[in-house]
Write a protein that binds this ligand. Sequence first.
Ligand SMILES: Cc1cc2nc3c(=O)[nH]c(=O)nc-3n(C[C@H](O)[C@H](O)[C@H](O)COP(=O)(O)O)c2cc1C
Length: 142
Amino acid sequence: MKASLLVESLTGNTWRAAELIGSHLQQEGWEITGLSRVRRPDLASVQAADIVLIGTWTHGLFFVGQSPWAAGDIANMPVMRGKKAACFLTYALEAGKSLDRLSTAVGQTGAEVVGGLQIKRNHLEHHSEVFADRLIGAMSQH
Ligand SMILES: Cc1cc2nc3c(=O)[nH]c(=O)nc-3n(C[C@H](O)[C@H](O)[C@H](O)COP(=O)(O)O)c2cc1C
């Protein structure tokens, strides 16, 4: 399987999660075609991928009003139509409905969303591994 990672990150947690997910997938024999920013996407890496993994972070007032950062940019990502996609969302305390909103935004690109997971920022390593393992499981059914 070939995966491209697209990430939005302010303080580095989501970028780190993407690196962890990518290295875990590589250990399982996947190829990573690229890791780039949602706002400066490596379109060739998206086109070359079987699945696109989109990560961003939770923005809100911590217990209310949470949403995925850059949802509008994500929803308007080009070259996603017909691709499979999965999303991940880092957060500190409470992400509210952000993961659902992120899945909706990814779906608006025309991609087929096969899954998504919240990654708590103080459990980056463990939750990134869970995401990668679930993804491998989901894709082995296709
Ligand atoms: C302005 C701002 C608002 C945030 N709001 C929330 C929030 O409502 N709920 C939450 O769980 N985390 C919130 N966080 C925490 C971030 O979602 C969390 O630290 C995330 O991992 C940051 O990702 P990054 O390091 O890739 O930028 C907020 C962070 C910032 C900077």
